[in-house]
Design a protein around this ligand. Structure first.
Ligand code: KG4
Ligand code: ZN
Length: 336
């Protein structure tokens, strides 16, 4: 079955055609990054307007690149949450209209599930049960996936998401936007120093907290500025990155040990981070656990992962109703 996936939850307008939930036939992305960069973050209203302008062209390009017509599409899937409401409404309304007008089934997709399914596109024999750490701009969730559509949240962030912390620290250090990739690049030139925070207030739980780390960086920056000293940007970036990676590894691999997990995944934009990927590969190898992460271009938001998640959702639960709402704060449960 060919699935047309639509993604508009944040600042990327995406459309993709995926075959049987595993094989990418096309994956088109129109990024709004430059538009938002001058504001240092995504401006929701601008994002929604840009999705509206771009969605038709992006979808046309996805069908053309896949070499298929709308007639050959078996399912239209679109992100219904979580995300920015304006963008979600654009993608969802567009997908519903397309499905209705062409008499195809429609399926609403949870963006967080879609990030996990990015792994299924890259690794054809991957199957649940598995443990996945989803680290994006909005989420840091440690999730046990028992089966398709069946999730148990073990832990999540109590404050900032990992990606959000990367972005905020990058801004304080005067690096580019979005901060994650720029901070990683800066960190490569630096040396990690002593930890920014010595005590782990959530030790023993599977929850995360990053706001203390972020504040510690801000305080150090202020101290350097007050003393008129040059900011050791690369070293601060390396120190921050190392501590975030250490926390993410500690929680995930303690869960692997305690629950006897055999397959562990990374997903979400921060999964593009080289140090995090290396750390996961090392810890998984030490335990002879299978480890998968998406290729870099499938870590950050894209529509192929939405199409893949839509396929598996449809196989299990059938189509979504055409009056399905958008869910800006959707967690791991969908419409049931
Ligand atoms: O999954 P995603 O594209 O969007 C959301 O659903 O939020 O994640 C975007 C986040 C941003 O915070 C970005 O800075 C972060 O992923 N990110 C990275 C890297 N590449 C993207 N963080 C750390 N290192 C990277 N290489
Ligand atoms: Zn995302």
């Amino acid at each position: 079955m060919l699935v047309l996936g639509i993604e508009t939850s944040c600042d990327e307008t995406g459309a993709a055609v995926v075959e049987d939930g595993r094989k990418i036939r096309s994956n088109v992305l129109l990024s709004q990054v430059e538009q938002h960069a001058k504001f240092g973050g995504v401006v929701p209203e601008l994002a929604a307007r840009s999705h509206l302008e771009g969605i038709l062209h992006v979808t046309g390009a996805a069908l053309r690149e896949a070499g298929v017509s709308l007639k050959e599409i078996g399912l239209v899937a679109a992100t219904c949450g979580p995300g920015l409401i304006g963008g979600l409404l654009v993608g969802l309304s567009f997908a519903k209209a397309l499905a209705l007008g062409s008499s195809k089934p429609f399926c609403g997709v949870n963006h967080l599930e879609a990030h996990i399914y990015a792994n299924f596109l890259a690794h054809p024999d991957l199957a649940p049960p598995l443990l996945c750490l989803t680290v994006s701009g909005g989420h840091t969730d440690l999730v046990y996936m028992e089966d398709h559509g069946k999730y148990r949240i073990l832990g999540r962030t109590r404050d900032d998401a990992a990606g959000e912390a990367f972005d905020k620290v990058a801004r304080v250090l005067g690096l580019g936007y979005p901060g994650g990739p720029y901070l990683e690049k800066a960190a490569r030139q630096g040396k990690p120093g002593s930890p920014l925070i010595r005590t782990d207030s959530l030790a023993g739980t599977y929850d995360f907290s990053f706001s203390g780390l972020k504040t510690a960086v801000i305080n150090r920056v202020h101290r350097y500025r007050q003393k008129n000293q040059e900011l050791p940007v690369a070293d601060l970036a390396a120190t921050f990155q190392q501590q975030v990676v250490t926390i993410l590894l500690e929680r995930t691999f303690r869960a692997v040990d305690e629950l006897g997990i055999k397959t562990v995944l990374l997903s979400g934009g921060v999964a593009a981070n080289g140090e995090l990927r290396k750390g996961f590969a090392r810890e998984a190898a030490a335990r002879e656990v299978r480890f998968f992460c998406p290729p870099l271009e499938l870590c950050t938001d894209n529509a192929a992962m939405v199409a893949a998640a839509g396929y598996f959702h449809f196989q299990k639960s059938g189509p979504s109703p055409l009056d399905l709402p958008a869910f800006p704060r959707l967690s791991w449960k969908l419409q049931e």
